[in-house]
Design a binder for this molecule. Structure first.
Ligand SMILES: *Cc1c(COP(=O)(O)O)cnc(C)c1O
Length: 385
């Protein structure tokens, strides 16, 4: 006990202690946090669908028809019509033969990597991949190798040296803490040259970028032939909850047989699947395209304004626009200064990001107005980063 307390105190002293806030409103540009209205720039609800009337109505109707709980895992009696239809619609949307729903993105990643790779295999991961992908590599018992961020030449050299039976390359599409997009074309070519599989987790791209909202694949011009495994999450741009893997028939059937985080967990509530179906329809509609267009315009406006203020932006074309601070204590101080201006932005510190690269992770959403982005720029000017 004493040891744990000391570790907690140490964490506090290093400005790494994490605390939760209680939000008492629906997701949106403005949040009520601990009784106070704040303008938020830290949600992943990039399209503003988490509180969309059509999505809410679909969930209500789903609950009225199917009840709340799914009652069992997919392989028992939990696989219901809304899940099945959502899988078919996600497969069609992404252009893959099949899609398989998971209860969360974390579980989709653990399930996919550990079902496809084991002892004697090798998993190659970008150093900045999401924690769930790195944990997936560890869980698989394959040899896990991390390559420098976006460094395809280094990856290629490691692949050439590897004698592993099966080789899986794993990358984020849009990197969650930096906002940049993986060099997918080069990764796909490298994978093909070495006979390796490529898996991409597009948690922050799907629905949000690409003309049709098909994410990083669409932006980089990749086809399902280039990318055997696509992971999408449904709690971010889709504004709902859950995740899926899209792949061919053989891979999906393998996951159904082997992926423990798929097999040994309760299926998502069917009403959540109904809500996600409504989100997917919105993402594919004119309204979805308008939301993506508005978001892209806000990103341009923010970057232009931040450049004029001389702020240290990262090289990101997406809704994730981090301001690099470096020192954890400074990042926390800045986040607190913005809070006094009524603006909520979290300070992201190690170990979520590498040492010495603490940052304010600003995220923009189609739910923001131009005026709100200008208010953010004004507050950044007064707090003088
Ligand atoms: C958020 C996130 C996940 C986890 O998805 P959940 O559905 O929230 O568990 C996985 N991968 C990436 C890149 C993420 O950003």
């Amino acid at each position: 006990m004493n040891e744990l307390e000391q570790e907690l105190q140490q964490r506090e002293a290093e400005h790494l202690y994490r605390r939760r806030r209680v939000v008492d409103s629906a997701q949106g540009a403005e949040l009520v946090v601990d009784g106070r209205a704040l303008l938020s720039f830290c949600s992943n609800d990039y399209l503003g669908l988490a509180n969309h009337p059509a999505v809410i109505a679909a969930m209500q109707q789903g609950a009225a028809h199917y009840g709340v709980g799914s009652g069992a895992a997919h392989l028992v009696t939990g696989h219901m019509t809304p899940h099945h239809l959502l899988e078919e619609e996600l497969a069609e949307f992404t252009g893959y033969p099949r899609a398989l729903l998971f209860s969360t993105g974390y579980m989709a990643n653990l399930g996919a990597v550990s079902a496809l790779c084991g002892a004697g295999d090798a998993v190659f991961e970008d150093r900045l991949n999401h924690a769930s992908l790195l944990d997936a590599g560890l869980l698989s018992r394959a040899r896990l190798q991390r390559f420098p961020h976006g460094d395809v030449a280094s990856l290629s050299a490691r692949l050439a040296e590897s004698k592993a039976r099966r080789q899986l390359i794993v990358t984020d599409g849009v990197f969650s803490m930096d906002g940049d997009i993986a060099p997918l074309r080069a990764l796909a070519d490298t994978a093909q040259r070495h006979g390796a599989w490529l898996m991409m987790d597009d948690a922050h791209g799907l629905g949000v970028i690409g003309e049709h909202g098909r994410g990083s694949m669409e932006v980089c011009g990749l086809t399902p032939q280039d990318l055997p495994l696509l992971v999408g999450t449904l709690g971010k741009g889709f504004g709902s909850f859950g995740a899926f893997v899209a792949a061919d028939e053989v891979i999906i059937e393998t996951l159904i047989q082997q992926a423990r985080p798929y097999i040994y967990t309760t299926a998502l509530p069917p009403a959540v699947a109904e809500a996600t179906r409504a989100s997917l329809r919105l993402i594919q509609s004119d309204e979805g395209a308008q939301r993506r267009g508005h978001l892209a315009a806000l990103v341009q406006r923010f970057r232009g304004g931040a450049q004029q203020l001389g702020l240290q932006l990262m090289d990101s074309p997406t809704a994730i626009q981090p301001l690099l601070v470096g020192d954890s204590a400074n990042a926390v101080t800045l986040s607190e200064a913005l809070l006094t201006e009524g603006i909520l932005i979290s300070a992201i510190r190690p170990p979520t990001v590498p040492d010495g690269t603490a940052r304010l992770r600003i995220t923009l959403s189609a739910a923001h107005t131009t005026e709100q982005v200008d208010r953010l720029l004004g507050a950044l000017e007064t707090t003088k980063i």
